[in-house]
Write a protein that binds this ligand. Structure first.
Ligand code: MN
Length: 254
């Protein structure tokens, strides 16, 4: 394998997170790894971009940088400035501490970093870890690095976007999957603070619809789940189904 491959590694758990450290180590067998990651936890920040204040990039060691911003900020600074001369061959995000399944990818800073990679023209892959008993970031990082190595053996389409989830158990194989669906939403816990004022906490554990071929099914089966994603959110089925009816409802009456 060509050793001049360049990998940009980021995450949303912060530059010191164990999942990122393990993945950086494993990816160094594939190519040159540049880490640009948030200086603190940025989980569930989604695809947010910081535009209302300056950003600082601090070099912590050779090829390791911390940014006081979101994962999306990190990918921007890396591709458009730090690695501008020689852009990365792949953006890798993770390994996230916790799964990013189904509808949850819309909240995920880990997955949003890969959205940004693809928007900037670099194929991107996110890795997330199930944190049940028996999980190992080292084992998952080895698996992730093998998958990345196989992918990079051939030229990748610039819009390749993969969301990978790793089971806590030693995986029994790899499944190509679709995003699963949540059965119910979060709940709002209403409490009183010591001064008697109301506050709220968004809580609840997601539960997933049993669905053949879903990412959730693969993880329940102790298999690595690989979901190809795309960023075109257009609902083509609705667009084709009955456009006249929809248009009629949107139009002002004559
Ligand atoms: Mn996270």
């Amino acid at each position: 394998m060509s050793s001049d491959l360049r990998l940009l590694l980021t995450n949303d758990d912060g530059v010191d997170a164990k999942g990122l450290r393990a993945l950086a180590e494993a990816l160094r067998s594939i190519g040159e790894v540049t880490v640009v990651a948030p200086d603190r936890e940025q989980s569930a920040t989604g695809h947010s971009l910081t535009l209302d204040r300056p950003l600082r990039l601090r070099e912590l060691g050779e090829g390791v940088h911390a940014v006081d911003g979101t994962p999306t900020d990190c990918v921007n600074l890396a591709i458009l400035w730090l690695m501008e001369e020689e852009p990365p061959d792949l953006v890798v995000s993770g390994i996230n501490h916790g799964l990013n399944l189904g509808d949850d990818v819309t909240y995920s800073g880990t997955v949003s970093a890969t959205f940004e990679g693809v928007l900037l023209g670099v194929p991107s892959i996110a890795f997330s870890q199930q944190l049940e008993s028996g999980f190992s970031f080292e084992r998952s990082a080895e698996i992730a690095a093998r998958l990345v190595g196989r992918l990079l053996a051939e030229e990748l389409p610039r819009d390749l976007l993969l969301n990978v989830n790793l089971p806590a158990a030693s995986p029994r194989g790899v499944n190509l999957t679709k995003l699963g669906k949540r059965v119910y939403q979060q709940v709002i816990a209403e409490k009183k603070d010591p001064r008697g004022r109301r506050y709220f906490w968004i809580a609840g554990t997601p539960e997933w619809q049993e669905e053949a071929g879903s990412d959730h099914e693969a993880i329940s089966d102790d298999r690595v789940s690989v979901t190809p994603l795309h960023l075109d959110l257009t609902d083509y089925d609705r667009l084709r189904a009955d456009p006249d009816e929809l248009l009629e409802r949107l139009r002002e009456p004559d």
